[in-house]
Design a protein around this ligand. Structure first.
Ligand code: NDP
Length: 419
């Protein structure tokens, strides 16, 4: 029995909340707190007669640490699950430390204003020193390690699907299938179609920042950076079929590169259709993906934020999306002196997800692992002082929970490898 404080009431939060409410034995009380309280109330109303979990709601600005501390002290949760945006990560970690509760999230920190001089100087140094130029990286959250350790609190970072489940797959492969892993290819395929000319499957601002950035992968412990979308492969995905996929920079490469230094190469690929890429390139060319303010008729506007207001809300895509996602990891390495290749993956059907929780599969594949990560922490299965990613714990209870809570996985022991 536990009490969970969930920050955010968007697409991912909605799924995680539905899943917590299915899992009332663990989560007998939850509070949904977000910037727009009506969104919290809407989710609570939908669920109130369908669950034993007691749901309360509140308005909160996650950037206001003092107010979050007051809310935590008043509600007394066992943990805080951050399903707002990556911009809020550090403020919420500070609040958890001050109020003395465990912290869980699904995406690593990046600042909202990438022109803020102090952050910019640190960022430019990191680009030069480490050789990758994504706005997000783990260093800001890993820097909290001593603070969480000294406070005896757990911070579990990145428990979505990717990052999250993909890193659990890596820990599982290492534990059960390999003596040494040589390469990891993470493949994220969305074979769904929503019939709209252009829409993103999760928060448009965060999504477009991520996919328009240069790609990078890790080879022999070093980053190799490439122009955005310049490495393309084709892959035949179970349940979806043949798709084009492109190499992107992604969070779990950084964490796996640190925690499994023996792995010689780690890459991440995501599928995109030509129309999506054409729209994105055009928006980028005209400056609509810029994250820094421009002046417009006497007002300052941030182009990517303005674009977000025009694009469909990802939470509205549920009834429109058909088809499947297929996300997983291909591992190569050795077991008992012999070469071995395995592929661990999950397939998820957009329409089935909508039937079950009223959301499309991208929100579902993130929200379910968010609930599972929170369950691992509040039940004590994954609880130790410090700041951790999902590859740093025993993968077995998490893998069992994926099967039980809607994301069953398969192991293919003879996969086609990615060239
Ligand atoms: P949405 O934009 O749909 O929802 C974000 C929610 O956070 C909204 O309810 C928003 O409130 C709220 N929020 C934003 N800022 C604040 C603030 N300062 N204080 C309080 N609440 C705030 O995003 P998604 O649900 O699509 O994504 C949620 C998170 O999941 C993101 O961090 C995203 O990066 C991550 N993600 C992770 C994935 C993974 O596999 N690991 C995959 C997909 C997403 P309001 O409604 O008022 O704007």
């Amino acid at each position: 029995m536990s009490r969970l404080l969930i920050i955010g009431a968007g697409g991912v939060a909605s799924v995680a909340i539905h899943k917590c409410c299915q899992n009332s034995e663990v989560f007998d009380e939850i509070m949904i707190a977000s910037r727009t309280k009506s969104k919290c109330d809407k989710i609570a109303d939908e669920l109130k007669d369908k669950t034993k979990t007691k749901i309360t709601t509140a308005r909160i600005d996650a950037m206001d640490v003092t107010s979050v501390v007051v809310l935590i002290k008043d509600y007394k949760p066992d943990a805080l699950l951050n399903l707002a945006l990556p911009y809020e990560d550090l403020a919420l970690m500070d609040a958890c430390l001050e109020a003395g509760v465990d912290y869980i999230d699904t995406a690593n920190y990046e600042p909202e204003d990438t022109d803020e001089p102090k952050w910019r100087a640190q960022y430019e140094k990191r680009c030069k020193d480490l050789g990758f130029s994504a706005y997000f990286d783990y260093s800001y959250q890993w820097a909290y390690e001593d603070k969480f350790k000294n406070a005896g609190l757990t911070a579990l970072l990145g428990t979505g699907f990717d990052p999250g489940v993909t890193s659990v797959f890596a820990a599982y492969a290492k534990k059960h299938y390999f003596d040494t892993i040589d390469t990891i290819d993470i493949l994220d395929c969305n074979g769904g179609d929503n019939g709209l000319p252009f829409a993103t499957n999760f928060n448009p601002e965060v999504n477009l920042r991520e996919v328009s950035a240069p790609g990078s992968y890790m080879e022999n412990g070093k980053w190799v950076e490439i122009p955005a979308m310049s490495i393309k492969r084709e892959y035949n995905f179970d349940g979806v079929g043949m798709k084009d996929m492109y190499l992107l920079h992604h969070e779990e490469i950084e964490a796996l590169g640190r925690n499994m230094p023996e792995v010689k190469r780690i890459r991440f690929f995501m599928t995109f259709g030509q129309s999506y890429l054409d729209h994105m390139r055009c928006l980028e060319d005209v400056g609509m993906l810029k994250t820094t303010p421009v002046e417009f008729e006497g007002h300052e506007i941030v182009p990517i934020k303005f674009l977000k207001t025009l694009l469909p809300d990802p939470a509205s895509l549920g009834p429109l999306t058909k088809g499947k996602t297929n996300i997983g990891c291909i591992f190569t390495g050795k077991k008992d002196g012999k070469e071995r290749h395995i592929y661990i993956y999950n397939m998820c059907d957009h329409e089935e997800c909508y039937k079950e929780v009223g959301s499309q599969a991208v929100a579902y594949t993130t929200g379910v692992p968010a609930m599972i990560g929170a369950m691992m922490v509040v039940t004590g299965k994954w609880k130790k002082p410090g700041v951790f990613t999902t590859d740093e714990f025993d993968p077995d209870p998490y893998m069992d929970a994926l099967n039980k809570w809607g994301l069953p996985w398969k192991v293919d022991e003879n996969p086609v490898l990615v060239p």
